[in-house]
Ligand binder design. Sequence first.
Ligand code: SF4
Length: 376
Amino acid sequence: MIVKREQSVTSSDPNIALASPRACLLGKPLEELRELVSTLGEPTYRASQIYHALYAERVRTIDEVSSLPADLRRRLGAVAHLFLPGVVRRHQSADGTVRYVLRLDGASRTNPTTVEAVFMPEEKRQTICISTQAGCAVNCQFCLTATLGLLRNLTAADILGQVMVALEDNRTALKPQTNVVLMGQGEPLLNYDAVMTALRILLDPKGLAISPKHVTLSTSGIIPGIEKLATETVRPKLAISLNASNDEQRNAIMPINRKYPLKDLLEACRTYPLRAWEHLTFEYVLLGGFNDHPEDARRVAKLISNLRAKVNLIPWNPGELPYHPPDAARVEVFRKILADKGHLVFVRYSRGQDVMAACGQLALLEAPELVRPQTL
Ligand code: SF4
């Protein structure tokens, strides 16, 4: 574990998010808010006012919904609450990245579920990496989250709450553009309904108003989920976590490949309806001596030929698992082979390595005692 310069802030109240019997407003789409206000005998336009306050203004309490009369705020507060995940710990990296450990709604002393989100500031934008499940059942062998197994699916409120906490915590330093990547804990397409409910609000110009060009969902290759996503009118960009150049290699590090092998996965990519401005992204974690050979690069180039795609090469970070970082010269050879074959290719060095905020490394700091209790 590498912790170079860490400023860790712990909440003064570790039970900040104790379970509440009232419905949570956060994560509710407009239709559900309409149903809620109608049970209070209110006209539907009140739902639009609440929706605007929740997502466009990002209020933190029902009392802050100033467009509602005080009496309605009181009655609303009797049947619903507005819960944002509580910051249990905040790890500040030397490069400006902040890793949040967040306590979810419904957490209790006996069920202290937390997830992690990462805020990465850049010169003209910020990127927020969020989780879609607590833990993960997909069991990728290079991923620390996998060692938790699946703890639970996150709700739409849990998913949106991570974005809102990160924006709120950095409110005074926000740049004009916000990117959101669903690349934290969990496989988004195995929690499809909650993820899509959250994304529709995130991408709604009347909601959080983040452009679909700036939101990326990353999957390990769940083909039915990719096919379902293809039918959505509102959807983020799609990234595929590839990480291997043939089935044998991918089976060894991503057991999900036995269920959804490369041939079928790439066929699903070929039929995926890209918008005019859109590329698929293939992420490829380079594990030194395992999948970083020149012949791997040539096979990857062949696999993705005829696809409008870009490749992100992610050199493995030294960490808890028995893999090695690739040699820098090998990374460059790999990149050049793909580029020479006409592919868009970038080398991405993970941000926040010193707070374990890199891909697949969110989890073990908080729950080191959990070892693969539930996998696919
Ligand atoms: S890399 Fe992603 S899909 Fe694979 S086990 Fe980790 S969190 Fe799950």
